[in-house]
Write a protein that binds this ligand. Structure first.
Ligand code: UDP
Ligand code: MG
Length: 347
């Protein structure tokens, strides 16, 4: 396996010396009215056993159902809750980034609202963080409630991305993870528009440690991913972290050129030896169509990259905020000065 986990003892770490670090839980939510309350209850139960200060940062990613008002109901009762309300639906990756930007704990844990990531793993995450790992990520050993087709395509995707990507991307790993403050700050400096989070998490590096768990089926509600979106996700992952498709174009071009050169010599030889009865229309069509197809495919590949360049050069902010409702727990101080945190649009 290409991905290696540094196992040497670590005592060079800067953050995290406190016995009970302050914890931020970052939860992107898009139309999660059915599970939000249950999520909150389960997570709070786990967090209250830990003893340290914590905040739960809910990001409302432009939900069209009661998710936002539910968040407010929860926050009215629970002073540990922060709500980040985005101006529209930006997608999970960006919602996550907005939450990370607002988080202020010594350690930050990213988790899905649908309870597919069991909050009960949090104590294990913390234990590994105390052992000196900056990133502790959960690896699924089993994907309950997912179809055979989804499992197979996911496997194929990880194989492909492992082989073409310039940074190793661990397999069967979602966004569910713990990050130290310095890792979150490092991630916060990557402001690219096309956010393939699995890749960005790997890109920052730092000592990392996997934890294995069984992924549950969704507690309620539906996955927001269809196959078209998954395909786009795969294209995103490959084009954000590899230029292999552009290189393939060069080699396919070279290969076809050499084959046609050999074929041309053969035709000249045949014509000289046996004359030239007018035939060969089918083979001509095959060659024309084949080359036309190859050219269109690679024009498309170049288009994918060009489109990404186009999106980046516009330098738009990643997201806009409709509002931030901070937790009422002033004690959750940490590395940042929380009094000067911006509450309006930021890059
Ligand atoms: N999500 C989000 N914005 C979106 C889509 C999803 O914030 O546009 C959140 C969603 O509420 C959930 C998490 O991202 O907390 C994972 O979404 P989902 O369960 O649909 O993805 P899957 O688990 O199938 O990968
Ligand atoms: Mg899910």
């Amino acid at each position: 396996m290409a991905y290696s986990h540094p196992e040497q003892p670590r005592n060079s770490r800067m953050a995290g010396s406190a016995a009970s670090p302050s914890i931020s839980i970052v939860v992107p939510a898009y139309n999660e009215e059915e599970v939000l309350q249950e999520f909150h209850n389960r997570t709070t139960e786990v967090l209250s056993t830990l003893g340290g200060p914590y905040e739960i940062v809910y990001i409302n990613d432009g939900s069209t159902d009661r998710t936002l008002s539910l968040m407010h109901e929860i926050r009215d009762i629970d002073p540990n809750v922060t709500i980040v309300d985005l101006s529209r639906n930006f997608g999970k990756e960006i919602a996550l980034t907005a939450g990370l930007d607002q988080s202020r704990g010594d350690v930050v844990i990213v988790i899905d609202a649908d309870l597919q990531d069991p909050p009960e793993l949090i104590p294990q995450f913390l234990a590994e963080w105390k052992n000196g790992f900056d990133i502790v990520y959960a690896v699924r050993t089993d994907r309950a409630g997912e179809t055979w087709l989804k499992k197979t395509t996911a496997l194929g995707f990880y194989r492909l991305i492992q082989s073409v990507s310039r940074v190793p991307i661990p397999k069967d790993t979602g966004d569910f993870r713990l990050m130290s403050r310095r890792a979150v700050d490092a991630l916060g400096r990557l402001r690219e528009q096309h956010r393939f989070m699995k890749g960005l998490f790997s890109w920052i590096g730092y000592p990392s440690k996997p934890i294995y768990y069984r992924r549950d089926a969704r507690a309620a509600g539906e996955t927001k991913w269809n196959y078209w979106q998954l395909w786009n996700f795969a294209v995103e992952g490959i084009t954000s972290f590899s230029i292999a498709p552009l290189k393939i174009a060069t080699y396919v071009g070279l290969a076809t050129a050499s084959i046609s050169f050999v074929y041309a010599i053969y035709i000249v030889y045949k014509t000289l030896m046996f004359g030239d009865p007018i035939r060969g229309y089918p083979s001509l069509m095959v060659v024309i169509l084949f080359l036309g197809g190859v050219q269109l495919v690679f024009t498309g590949v170049i288009g994918e990259y060009l489109g990404r360049v186009f999106d980046e050069v516009k330098q738009r902010p990643l997201y806009l905020l409709n509002g931030v409702h901070e937790s009422r727990m002033a004690s959750l101080g940490s590395t940042n000065d929380m009094n000067v945190r911006p509450t309006d649009a930021r890059v």
